[in-house]
Design a protein around this ligand. Structure first.
Ligand code: SF4
Ligand code: ZN
Length: 413
């Protein structure tokens, strides 16, 4: 005898993986969407009028997220301005195909789409990175770059928040991985529904309590257009083990996923445990708990043909690597790159006066004669103020220019 839907008198066509309830298609859609709405309102994820970027990869999670966000935005008058934001890692045969799905979603859902690529941001595609580093650790590079790329894309779009399709299974996996690694800092942060409120752009996970199996069912019954192929560079063995473990637990007890998340949420860390302090990277200005962020160190390693530079696990190792970068630059420093570094402190603009340009040249002469070194970062736009030269040059030029402005305004007056 056919099973009746637990919420109406229609025939049930599925059993919800999360609750075991037998439901018809329409009641499943409603239950799924209402749970996401409940998560959004319970955590007060959005404020009316905000612009929200949906991290869209073309996969099932982000496609369902974009669809549900659009529906809920209209149904409950969230009054959000939704945009799709995709990252092109440069993986031929994978990301190029999945981005085609996002481009179709752009039209199907009527949401504007912005694509930013690793190539434009870092000068490297994942294809090129894998060619240099092989298939070990490639996901570490990809993950670190993607995280920053999403922030950078979102800043280009001037959005207020980013939402990602991380689901309950992903969060539970991350809890388990952080327990196994003993990473207390991440363990404490990883169950937060919103992260990045301490300076970077806030990121929210409206699917934090949504089971992956239900997302697959929702996409299937709604006939959503998504891309389901695995990345061709997808060894990520560690997460793979955590995933398999969670799936095994789910088979025995479906509530295990939510239970792990609740355990992570209830965790309290002893006061004596030192937590990483979030600051900003002195090179790129993006959020980092180290002087130089992992993305910058990795990029440096790739550019110098030392790709293992960014793979160190501990803060101590990373600090050592940051120092190594400095030392390498120190030994390779010559008058030309010193000049370019100094120029970056006070880059003449198209409307700079000849006085400002002359000041730069005269400081350059003084510095090259004094034999002092610059901050060693040799980074475009560097304004680190770390070395004596950096401070002197910036302060010196600015005060000269200010003085000249005062002089000229006095004359004008
Ligand atoms: Fe990047 Fe690894 Fe994911 Fe592929 S599987 S997209 S290489 S993080
Ligand atoms: Zn950085």
């Amino acid at each position: 005898m056919p099973l009746a839907c637990g919420l109406c008198d229609k025939q049930a066509i599925l059993k919800r993986p999360k609750t075991g309830d037998a439901l018809c298609k329409e009641c499943f859609f409603l239950a799924f969407e209402e749970e996401v709405h409940q998560t959004i309102t319970d955590a007060s994820l959005f404020i009316k009028g905000e612009t929200v970027a949906i991290g869209a990869s073309g996969g099932k999670d982000s496609t369902v997220l974009a669809y549900v966000m659009k529906i809920l935005n209209e149904r409950y008058d969230y009054n959000l301005n939704l945009v799709l934001l995709s990252i092109d890692e440069g993986i031929t045969g994978y990301r190029d195909d999945s981005l085609e799905s996002v481009k179709r979603n752009e039209i199907q859902y009527g949401l504007p789409l912005k694509i930013v690529s690793y190539e434009e941001l870092y000068g490297w595609t994942m294809d090129a990175i894998v060619k240099q580093i092989g298939l070990k650790n490639n996901c570490t590079f990809c993950g670190v770059f993607r995280r920053q790329a999403l922030d950078r894309g979102a800043l280009m779009l001037k959005v207020d928040k980013i939402v990602t399709g991380h689901n309950a299974d992903d969060v539970a996996e991350t809890v388990i991985m952080n327990v196994l690694r003993g990473d207390i800092g991440r363990l404490r942060r990883c169950t937060a529904i919103t992260t990045g409120t301490d300076g970077a752009l806030p990121r929210c996970k409206p699917f934090k309590y949504t089971y992956e199996k239900e997302i697959v069912m929702y996409a299937y019954f709604r006939k959503l257009d998504y891309f389901s192929t695995e990345c061709i560079y997808s060894p990520n063995a560690y997460r793979g083990f955590a995933r398999a473990y969670i799936k095994d637990l789910e088979k025995i007890r479906p509530s295990a996923i939510i239970d792990i998340i609740h355990s992570g949420e209830s965790l309290s860390v002893k006061k004596e445990v030192k937590m990483p302090v979030q600051g900003v990277c002195v090179r790129c200005g993006y959020i980092s708990s180290n002087t130089v962020c992992k993305a910058c160190i990795m990029l440096e390693g790739l550019n110098k043909g030392l790709p293992r530079l960014g793979i160190g696990k501990t803060h101590k190792e990373r600090l050592k690597m940051a120092e190594q970068i400095g030392e390498k630059e120190d030994s390779s420093i010559n008058s030309q790159n010193l000049k370019s570094c100094v120029s970056d402190h006070f880059r003449p603009k198209s409307n700079s006066t000849s006085f400002e340009k002359n000041q730069l040249d005269s400081f350059w002469v003084q510095i090259s004669q004094s034999g002092q070194s610059c901050c060693k970062s040799n980074t475009v736009g560097c304004s680190c103020q770390r070395s004596v030269v950096c401070k002197d040059v910036t302060a010196g030029i600015q005060s000269s220019v200010e003085q000249q402005k005062i002089n000229s305004s006095v004359i004008d007056f």
